[in-house]
Design a binder for this molecule. Structure first.
Ligand SMILES: Nc1ncnc2c1ncn2[C@@H]1O[C@H](COP(=O)(O)OP(=O)(O)OP(=O)(O)O)[C@@H](O)[C@H]1O
Length: 237
C-alpha cells in the first residue's frame, strides 16, 4: 500500500443548469479515520465525490489527494479505491472475471483477486454471473473492486444500500479496520443512524453547502447525530 494520503477539498462549486449542486465546499479528510459525508438525497454528496475522482469538472475549486488532483496522481487506481454505484458490472460476467479484468487493467497481480474475494465475503458467488447478484452482493463486489489496488484511500457512496443488518455490521468492521490500517476512508451516506455507529469525523452537507465539519464526539456531544443534524439544518429551514 502507498503511504497514508490526506484529502483536501477547497472551494468546490458545480452547477447543472439552474441547479446549484455544490457551492463553495471545502474540507479535509484525514488518514486513519472514517469520515462520514452526510446529508439528505440531493444535497451534493455524489457530485462532490465525482469531482474528487475527476469524473465531473468543477466550475470552481480543487479536490486534492495528497496535494495532487486525481488526474495528476501517478497511480490513481491504486491510490484511490472508489465505489460509487453498485450496478456497473457486465451482467454476463462472473464476479471473479470482473475482478480479474480490472486487476489486469490497474496492474494488480491475479492473486489479489482471490484475496479481495475473501476479504469481502463473496467467495461463494465468485463463479456466478453478476446479473444474478443481489444488491448486497453487488455492493460487496464493488468494494472488492475498490480494494484490488490496496489503495490508501477509500471513497464509498452509500455502501450500505441493499445490505442486510449482518452485512451492515460486517461493513462497519471492515471500514473501521481499513482506517485502523492507516487508510483514509470517506463514506457518503444519508442514513444517520448507521453513520453514528461507524464514523470518527462528520461532514454535513445540505442543499449543496457544507454545514459542519467536526469529530462525531464533538458534533453529537450530549445528543444523537440525528438531533445534531436536525438542529443544524432546522436552523436553515
Ligand atoms: N448530471 C447531472 N445533471 C443535472 N443535475 C444533476 C446532475 N448530477 C446531480 N444533479 C443534481 O445536483 C443535485 C445534487 O445531487 P447529488 O447526486 O450530488 O446529491 P447527493 O447528496 O449525492 O444525493 P443522493 O444521496 O440522492 O445521491 C441534485 O439536485 C441533483 O438532481
Amino acid at each position: 500500500m502507498h503511504p497514508p494520503h490526506r484529502l483536501e477539498i477547497r472551494g468546490l462549486t458545480k452547477r447543472f443548469g439552474p441547479v446549484a449542486a455544490v457551492t463553495d465546499v471545502g474540507f479535509a479528510v484525514e488518514p486513519g479515520r472514517v469520515t462520514g459525508f452526510l446529508g439528505p438525497n440531493g444535497s451534493g454528496k455524489t457530485t462532490t465525490l465525482r469531482m474528487l475522482l475527476g469524473l465531473v469538472e468543477p466550475d470552481a475549486g480543487t479536490a486534492l489527494v495528497n496535494g495532487l488532483r486525481y488526474r495528476e496522481l501517478p497511480d490513481p487506481a491504486r491510490t484511490v479505491g472508489a465505489a460509487l454505484e453498485a450496478n456497473n458490472f457486465h451482467p454476463g460476467q462472473t464476479g471473479r472475471d470482473h475482478l480479474r479484468i480490472y486487476a489486469a487493467m490497474i496492474g494488480s497481480p491475479d492473486s489479489r483477486v482471490d484475496e479481495v474475494l475473501s476479504l469481502t465475503g463473496i467467495w461463494d458467488a465468485a463463479h456466478r454471473k453478476t446479473g444474478g447478484y443481489s444488491t448486497g452482493m453487488r455492493q460487496r463486489l464493488n468494494l472488492a473492486t475498490a480494494m484490488l489496488g490496496e489503495p490508501p484511500v477509500l471513497v464509498l457512496d452509500e455502501p450500505t444500500n441493499g445490505l442486510d443488518p449482518e452485512g451492515i455490521a460486517w461493513l462497519r468492521r471492515f471500514l473501521k479496520e481499513a482506517a485502523a490500517e492507516g487508510r483514509t476512508v470517506l463514506v457518503a451516506s444519508h442514513v444517520l443512524s448507521e453513520a453514528a455507529q461507524l464514523v470518527d469525523d462528520v461532514l454535513v452537507m445540505h442543499r449543496g453547502r457544507l454545514l459542519a465539519a467536526a469529530p462525531l464526539t464533538e458534533l453529537a456531544a450530549g445528543t444523537t447525530l440525528e438531533d445534531a443534524f436536525l438542529n443544524l439544518t432546522g436552523a436553515l429551514a
